[in-house]
Design a protein around this ligand. Structure first.
Ligand code: G
Ligand code: G
Ligand code: NA
Ligand code: MN
Length: 253
């Protein structure tokens, strides 16, 4: 069987799961968000990395039902945690290009929020810069999504097409500094300058900024000294199964 035909059955067979990576507020040290990341637990192949199946899912269009499952599961889990009295912190979900272009994405997200009874402010949608290339479309689409009350962040910021003009125009809430800039921030003065500049720019634009791929205490200190709002990365925690994320939420406040 090909990966493609197996992907078709994976939702029905309950082979997907979500892991969650905590996002930390640098001033207070508390967990203020989490990113949901999909994992495919294949019965024979074992764990298949999203890097291997998301591109196939994109090409075949299977990303649309898979993406809907991700949204539903992330919102369901977040609401359940709130219902048992854990601190209410938003969950962010990656949208693929194909999903972003899909007809009535707003209606589908609205339906998920209705079904799960999760207040919209607890859902954040991550898009990449390349999805904003068609500026007219992206602007109106993001406006529609924002009108639901969800948050929008730009993922992998700095690696794609970026126009500062549109950054100003787009109705977004947060930039996620790509981990490729964070990796060498302590040894490459250019990366240090880029990261410091992105942080300063986001503050001037009244956006929040989060650094991805933070792996060391030194990187964390650099980011804190430069007034970065949030961090995400192995230094605090890798992406975790729901049960482990739940323990972190319980301990963090
Ligand atoms: O979790 P990390 O392992 O290894 O993810 C690899 C890539 O897969 C990242 O680019 C990430 O954005 C993407 N990815 C992870 N989960 C999802 C998802 O639910 N939807 C989409 N579209 N991409 C995802
Ligand atoms: O493309 P996106 O930013 O959504 O992907 C997040 C990816 O980054 C996931 O694959 C996740 O497992 C990975 N990741 C999370 N924290 C770290 C980190 O500290 N270092 C590295 N190298 N990867 C990380
Ligand atoms: Na992401
Ligand atoms: Mn990213």
């Amino acid at each position: 069987l090909t990966l493609e035909s197996e992907l078709r059955h994976a939702i029905r067979n309950n082979e997907f799961m979500l892991v969650y990576q905590p996002q930390i507020h640098l001033e207070t040290g508390s967990v203020v968000g989490m990113e949901a990341l999909i994992r495919w637990n294949h019965p024979l192949r074992g764990l298949v990395s999203p890097g291997d199946f998301i591109p196939i899912a994109e090409e075949t269009g299977l990303i649309v039902p898979i993406g809907e499952w991700v949204l539903m599961e992330a919102c369901r889990q977040n609401k359940q945690w709130q219902d048992v009295g854990l601190p209410a912190v938003p969950v962010s979900v990656n949208l693929s290009m194909r999903q972003f272009l899909q007809h009535d994405l707003k209606g589908k997200i609205h339906a998920v929020l209705e079904d799960t009874q999760l207040p919209a402010r607890f859902l954040e949608l991550e898009i990449t810069e390349s999805m904003t290339m068609d500026v007219e479309f992206a602007t109106s689409s993001l406006r529609e999504l924002k009108s639901l009350g969800v948050q929008i962040s730009i993922d992998d910021f700095g690696t794609g097409y970026s126009s500062l003009h549109f950054l100003k125009k787009f109705p977004i809430d947060k930039l996620k500094i790509d981990r490729s800039f964070v990796r060498d921030v302590m040894c490459d003065p250019n990366d240090a300058a880029i990261v410091a500049t992105i942080i300063s720019m986001t503050h001037h634009l009244n956006l929040l900024v989060i650094a991805e791929g933070v792996e060391t205490r030194e990187q964390m200190h650099f980011l804190r000294d430069n007034q970065c709002n949030l961090i995400q990365g192995y230094w605090y925690s890798p992406p975790l199964p729901a049960q482990d994320m739940q323990n972190i939420l319980r301990q963090s406040h």
